[in-house]
Design a protein around this ligand. Sequence first.
Ligand code: PLP
Length: 448
Amino acid sequence: MVNFEKNMRLIVEHTYGTWRAQKGWKEPLCISKAKGVYLYDQRGRPYLDFSSQLMCSNLGHGNEVIVDAICKQAREISYISPGFVCEATARAVEALLDIMPEGLNRFFFSTSGTEANEAAIKIVRQYMAPKYKIISRYHSYHGATATSISLTGDPRRWYAERARCTVPGVVFAPDTYCYRCPFGLTYPECNIQCVEYVDYMIKEEGNVAAVFVEPVVGTNGKLVPPKEYFPRLRKICDENGVLLIVDEVMSGWYRTGKWWAIDNWDVKPDILTTAKGCTSAYTPVGITVTTKKIKDYFEEEVMCHGHTYSMHPLAISAIPPVIEEYKRLVATGLPQRVSKYLEKKLHELMNRHECIGDVRGMGHFWAIEIVKNRKTKEPFNTKADKFQKPLITDKISSEALKRGLYIVSWYDHFTVAPPLIITEEEVDEGIQILDEVLKIADREVEVV
Ligand code: PLP
């Protein structure tokens, strides 16, 4: 007999809960099984996964093809030092070469998104020396380790700064946040000031090595840039001798309806970083991909980076079957069809709920931003409230969980990013629960 209470006590007393004051690590939901788009608690109660966990379980849970490949690798060879290679290394590289943007074909493997970004920055700062500054954006998250959190615009950086765990040399550019344009302008009359200002920044700052951006901003808003943004940014980078790095940790792997979010604008980056969906979270892998030209620079120069678990065979053994599974799934047409359905359902949801200020996104990657007042766009909570105040978004997502829906909330919006295998019926189930719980915010809306 499983002793639930003893298990919970062991876990919450002896482990750190992430990104929270520890008093909030009291009764996490204990999952006993996960299959398809559902998680099951210890009592067998199902929860629809409307955010693919942390926007990473893109192919859903319990996929036997992936699990079998990992088990096979575990039996053959689980680990060797990164100074050796094995068949799993070749298979992963071969599978990746098939789907990478043109020109990106030199890989560094780690075990998380933050490590993928740390590696990218180290490579760039060596390659571009003496230029070292990185332009990032306020609405961004790039990871928890020192360099990645320094590039991060969201409030988690503020805590890392207090802990003196950040690095210098990062400047922040304006966001592609059309709903709340930082210049107070409206598209298309704005002439895309958010990208023109990057040109100004590069020239005024000096020593800029790279621009580092999420092509569609994930955690911090599902911000889809205007169509002119990336072609213009590529041009600005080229004219100023600056590299363009895209963080596709969350936005890659068909989240936006293409292998890479940047493919939506036909722009080629100099470096791409990814993680999460590269194994659909079955194993922990981070990938930093560069051009041959960048790798060639390190023929003589020491590439001063590595981990015990770089190119971990068990971890990267998930990459080839995952890529095959994406291809198989896309060939069925299901994700293409359901993404359109999801978009329609989310806009209908907005029509029914006064608290929804904006619905934005693409593919299987959507934000529902809630506001107190649709006209003035007054928010319920702001960035400064995160970790400081009870948030109405948290209250709503907890209520959703009680009703069998898992949905990630941020201080101002909810993340609708279900696994790509979700069906229309399952979308309906999630929307129905959202319909119920959004009434909590509707009741707080100011009457206009
Ligand atoms: N970059 C982006 C865009 C992310 O969304 C995340 C995590 O959510 C990271 C980097 C960090 O990835 P990890 O948590 O695997 O370190």
